[in-house]
Design a protein around this ligand. Structure first.
Ligand SMILES: NC(=O)c1ccc[n+]([C@@H]2O[C@H](COP(=O)([O-])OP(=O)(O)OC[C@H]3O[C@@H](n4cnc5c(N)ncnc54)[C@H](OP(=O)(O)O)[C@@H]3O)[C@@H](O)[C@H]2O)c1
Length: 275
């Protein structure tokens, strides 16, 4: 029997596009009321109007930058004022970056840490204990297949997703004697704006990729079954096992070949050419 989510509240971070937007759509279709957050207010507004018209759900919009701890605090305060306790937290907002060491902006790396790690940890510890007290609900943390091994040119992102995976699995084990669910969703390449934001627009055109509908459907099925991890697609599942078959050095060297091929050649700087 399907988990009854109707008339419960869910918080979806990063709901203005991609996987987060699709979570909002599928959860609204199952009768949930939603707190939606991301930075692009107009996108959230358009989505919320559509969901309210289609499903008659209540939607609270909060345009926030979750890389800022004070914005995360504001979000938690607003969630605590909902007419009912929060039933589902979807920690989806996340960013990546693909670049050589020389081309990497250190500020962007810290933004990845703040959003992909700090905000996820902060929101989970702020909202999960109440679910445990009520013995219901759960959390879906969006990790990645990148979580299973280090990735060259994407080191901080892969490490941030390894954190999300381990963090979620540890809590999943802690929650075993309760009715509270904890899932790490580990998608492979999925058609969203992620790669454009990460600086490798060409990645999607050259690879087979999943669509967001399939990924979110798989996540909700795994959540219902109280699974710890969901890796949508057999090819991604296979990729997640490579580090168990080959030496870590071999696997990470392979990622260097794959991602290196997608880095745009940068124009030579004028003063670096020798006469
Ligand atoms: N696409 C893939 O192939 C793939 C694979 C594995 C895992 N993932 C993970 O899936 C999650 C969703 O990514 P996506 O693929 O759906 O990419 P996306 O379309 O770029 O969505 C990212 C979402 O995060 C929000 N966001 C970014 N920075 C934010 C900030 N500082 N504060 C609040 N919200 C912020 C964005 O909204 P605003 O810009 O409006 O703030 C957007 O709603 C991420 O955690 C990503 O790591 C993606």
């Amino acid at each position: 029997m399907k988990l009854d989510l109707a008339n419960r509240w869910a918080l979806v971070t990063g709901a203005s596009s991609g996987i987060g937007e699709e979570f909002a759509r599928q959860l609204a279709a199952r009768g949930m009321h939603l707190v939606l957050t991301a930075r692009r207010e107009e996108r959230l507004f358009a989505l919320s109007r559509q969901l309210q018209q289609q499903h008659g759900c209540q939607v609270v919009l909060l345009p926030l930058d979750l890389a800022r701890p004070e914005d995360v605090k504001q979000l938690v305060e607003r969630v605590r004022q909902l007419p009912q306790p929060l039933h589902l937290l979807v920690n989806n907002a996340g960013i990546g970056n693909v670049a050589t060491l020389q081309e990497t902006n250190p500020g962007r790396m810290l933004e990845i840490v703040d959003l992909n790690i700090r905000a996820v940890t902060d929101l989970t510890y702020a909202l999960l204990p109440d679910m445990v007290r009520r013995n219901e609900g759960g959390v879906i943390n969006v990790a990645s297949v990148a979580a299973f091994q280090p990735i060259a040119y994407m080191s901080v992102y892969a490490a941030s997703k390894a954190f999300v995976l381990h963090f979620s699995e540890g809590l999943w084990a802690e929650l075993q004697e309760t009715n509270v669910r904890m899932l790490a969703l580990c998608p492979g390449t999925t058609r969203t704006e992620f790669f454009e934001q990460a600086g490798v627009e060409n990645w999607l055109t050259r690879r087979s990729a999943h669509n967001v509908t399939t990924v979110v459907k798989a996540a909700l099925e795994s959540f219902e079954r109280k699974r710890a991890i969901c890796v949508p697609g057999w090819n991604n599942w296979f990729a997640s096992l490579l580090h168990r078959v080959f030496r870590r050095a071999v696997v990470v060297s392979q990622t260097k070949k794959i991602f290196g091929a997608h880095l745009e050649p940068k124009p030579e700087r004028e003063n670096s050419t020798h006469a």
